[in-house]
Write a protein of this length. Structure first.
Length: 379
């Protein structure tokens, strides 16, 4: 078995991908992601056992959230960027170990690697199947996957200036607990339920972050047709990336369309002031291969879901940012203030044809909990 991954609904036969991910993940990417998670567990054990002041671990907290985000399904296929992140997190881990007193540490907190080859070799012994008891293994993985989603939401909220130390603290505690062989299946069931509780808390945090910045989502009719201007397609969940893109495309003659996960952005009042924010193009994330062909313009992935493109022409039009990545695609980094320069994407859009029409008309959405409650007396 060259790899083992069963974290998503796409997995082969509903059991697990063992040669190549159905999502497109290669063996190397799967193994490097396993090692990155293992490293994060080691960091978490040091933080917990060393009683580190988590409120003062600003950069470490950020990098832990970003690292977890990198490993969610269809987010990052770039083995080079994952390898680089492992090295960064090992450096953070070793620095933490020197700054606190933590004894009887797990191998995850102390192991060393010095090359891609040694990383892949190490990954052979620390993957999902390294836990022999099936119930314990399944519970550990369920907790880990819940934490990955939690980290994604916490990262989005943090980008808007909202943070909850209780959530970050729980992430460290739960990751560290997945290394503890003294915990029984019953203990892990309790921790799984606690993970769910914190999942609700992080959803509330992100809702507060989004609504305080962009307004409360409202029932909105969204155009699904196209105009004749050059355009950029934006996918994913990061609304701050969308905001920056709309600001930078304002007055340029370049339109912006959402795809799939970014569709809900149309429901937020703050984005309705942009006259070049035209509508939504295409359908579900898994239909993107054909839809990207007909869109013609650049595509910006702010988060998952990336499906490996089948043509080099489409790959050349794909840009990634944040925790996403794909080999051969340009990655847009943020500066120290979180600002991103999308000028290269805008310039490329101006050289390409307008989107090809695949639908006409409109769809209606925006039924957020606040909107539904406001209409409760009429429903």
């Amino acid at each position: 078995m060259s790899m083992f991954c069963y974290q998503c609904q796409e997995t082969a036969g509903g059991k697990g991908c063992t040669v190549r991910g159905v999502c497109g993940k290669t063996e190397e990417v799967a193994k490097l992601q396993d090692l990155l998670i293992y490293t994060l567990k080691g960091i978490s054990e040091i933080v917990v056992k060393g009683k580190a002041d988590i409120s003062k671990l600003g950069n470490t907290n950020h990098e832990v959230l970003s690292s977890l985000f990198m490993t969610i399904t269809n987010a990052n296929f770039d083995d080079g960027s994952i390898e680089k992140q492992i090295k960064k997190m090992l450096s953070i881990r070793d620095g933490l170990r020197k700054s606190v007193t933590a004894e009887n540490l797990h191998d995850a907190a102390t192991f060393t690697v010095d090359s891609r080859e040694s990383m892949l070799q190490k990954s052979e012994s620390i993957g999902v199947l390294s836990t022999s008891k099936e119930d314990v293994r399944s519970l550990r993985e369920m907790i880990t996957y819940g934490i990955k989603g939690m980290a994604a939401y916490a990262e989005h909220a943090k980008n808007i200036g909202k943070e909850n130390i209780e959530i970050i603290t729980f992430i460290y505690e739960a990751l560290a607990a997945t290394l503890d062989d003294s915990l029984t299946a019953d203990d892990l069931v309790a921790l799984t339920l606690k993970t769910g509780e914190h999942g609700v808390k992080v959803m509330a945090l992100l809702d507060e972050a989004n609504t305080s910045r962009f307004g409360i989502p409202e029932i909105t009719e969204v155009n699904i047709g196209v105009r004749k201007n050059p355009a950029i397609l934006i996918s994913g969940h990061d609304l701050t990336d969308l905001e920056q893109l709309l600001e930078q495309t304002k007055g340029t003659g370049v339109d912006v369309y959402t795809h799939s996960e970014m569709l809900p952005a149309h429901y937020y009042p703050a984005f309705k002031k942009y006259d070049n924010f035209v509508g939504n193009y295409g359908n579900a994330w898994w239909k993107q291969v054909g839809e990207f062909e007909s869109f013609h313009g650049p595509i910006l992935f702010t988060t998952n879901c990336i499906v490996p493109p089948k043509s080099e022409e489409v790959r050349a039009r794909i840009f990634t940012t944040g925790s996403t990545g794909f080999p051969g695609c340009k990655h847009i980094k943020a500066d120290e203030n979180g600002k991103k320069d999308f000028s290269e994407i805008i310039a490329l859009a101006k050289t390409l044809p307008a989107p090809e029409e695949i639908e006409t008309g409109s769809i209606v959405g925006g039924f957020s909990h606040n909107q539904v409650l406001a209409l409760a007396d009429k429903v």
